[in-house]
Design a binder for this molecule. Structure first.
Ligand code: GAL
Length: 424
């Protein structure tokens, strides 16, 4: 009896191994991966994934067609042209949440991936809230998330703050009324700010600080009016924060603004934790020495989240290779290769986040906050609002830079929300 069992076990193991090998052998051809991760902290993670995937699937030829431009400002436009022009890439980067749902899922342009989730047991390995963000009402799930990023992080160099005699501000008010003037008196730029989209990134952290997690989320679910006194106060505080920034902000990428802090040209920068990837990998800085971090002023206790994910467009030239790629992306192995260099937390809860060799002090503190804070969705990075709102909002941000008119920016945002179905 025992022998028979053993035999059955050996044969099934062999068959299992054989089917894995043969499945991998069968997958071949080109696999075009579309993203906006082109370098300066963004590319390393993608390259780590591609390298391991290449070992697992040696007959697949990966074409990395990343389009430069932080936060996908250029890539998303190229993607729309390609998808609507009948020329989809095999797989593309998209944010979990409304960026995915309001456009690609609503237009029926991406395939459900439930079978991949079931085969891999992923319905139990990704947080339920995240699965919810990438599924429709019928329970069809459309993408595989590679990470959890945090948007509301404030970066600085501990030794520089000491040298300038300033503390990490406890809240927004302290930053605007104490820290910013103290630094300006010493001719130090208090806040490094970059191009247009990074300004809207700053705006969402200030909105969270002024409105609190419930009030902030209320903007997107309709419970906070865009023209309320509180919402106008967000614009006023945002205008004051812009006045604490560098004059050449429109000319700087997010990496330039992060670098300004690392090199002592500015005291603080508010950016997502892809900046940790940039500090760690590109600038080879040590956490808590070369760079320090805190929740963006006034947002302590809240974790503003977003998640990068990949899907399978309908009409993708090589769906078998995409399915192999996606089946790899969600594994703990892939997530542990990617996230320590990308600056994000693994989305798969079976990944090795407890391993402090792999996930240093920054990740440990982000993980602590992720598991204990109020979670809110990033507006800027596609979690809370559709792409249509985001494009219009970038114009409002640009207009506000010119006139600093809080009431009119608030009114324009209210109109944009109606036009794009936000909070309705
Ligand atoms: C975000 C994206 C991150 C990072 C960042 C800067 O939208 O989710 O992964 O790439 O843009 O480009």
């Amino acid at each position: 009896m025992k022998k028979t069992l053993l035999f059955v076990l050996i044969v099934s193991l062999m068959l299992g191994a054989f089917s894995l090998v043969s499945a991998q052998d069968e997958v071949s051809g080109d696999l075009e991966i579309f993203s906006w991760w082109t370098g300066g902290g963004e590319e390393a993670g993608l390259n780590a994934l591609i390298a391991r995937f290449g070992e697992l699937y040696p007959d697949v030829n990966v074409i990395n067609s990343a389009v430069a431009g932080g936060s996908g400002v250029n890539a998303k436009a190229v993607l729309v042209t390609r998808m609507l022009g009948g020329d989809p890439p095999d797989t593309f980067q998209v944010h979990a949440g409304e960026e995915l749902n309001a456009l690609w899922v609503a237009a029926g342009r991406v395939q459900p991936l439930n079978d991949i989730y079931e085969e891999n047991g992923w319905f139990d390995q990704f947080p339920a809230g995240l699965i919810d963000m990438i599924s429709d009402d019928m329970g069809n799930v459309y993408v595989v998330p590679v990470n959890i990023h945090r948007s509301n992080v404030m970066w600085y160099v501990p030794g520089n703050l000491e040298m300038w005699g300033v503390d990490v501000p406890a809240d927004l008010d302290e930053f605007l009324t104490v820290t910013c003037p103290a630094l300006q008196e010493q001719d130090v730029v208090p806040l490094a700010i970059g191009e247009n989209w990074t300004q809207s990134h700053l705006w969402e952290s200030i909105a969270l600080a002024v409105l609190g997690p419930e009030g902030y989320s209320g903007l997107w679910n309709g419970e906070t009016s865009f023209t309320s006194d509180e919402a106008i106060a967000v614009w006023e505080a945002y205008g004051q924060a812009l006045d604490c920034g560098n004059e050449d902000m429109n000319a700087l990428s997010w990496q330039d603004a992060s670098q300004m802090v690392a090199e002592g040209g500015a005291a603080f920068n508010i950016m997502g934790d892809w900046a940790a990837g940039y500090f760690l990998v590109d600038l080879a800085l040590e956490p808590n020495v070369g760079f320090g971090w805190a929740p963006a002023f006034g947002t302590d206790g809240s974790f503003m989240m977003l998640s990068d994910s990949f899907g399978l467009p309908i009409g993708a030239p090589n769906p078998d290779a995409v399915r192999a790629w996606l089946s790899f992306l969600g594994t703990a192995e892939a997530q542990d290769l990617f996230n320590p260099v990308k600056g994000s937390l693994p989305a798969n809860i079976t990944a090795d986040i407890g391993n402090t060799e792999l996930y240093n002090a920054y990740f440990q503190s982000a993980y602590e906050d992720w598991t204990t804070n109020d979670i809110v969705a990033s507006q800027r990075h596609g979690a809370a609002v559709p792409q249509a709102f985001d494009s219009g909002f970038l114009d409002i941000i640009a207009g506000f830079q010119g006139d600093h008119d809080a009431a009119s920016a608030a009114a324009n945002t209210a109109v944009l929300a109606i036009q794009t179905g936000v909070g309705q």
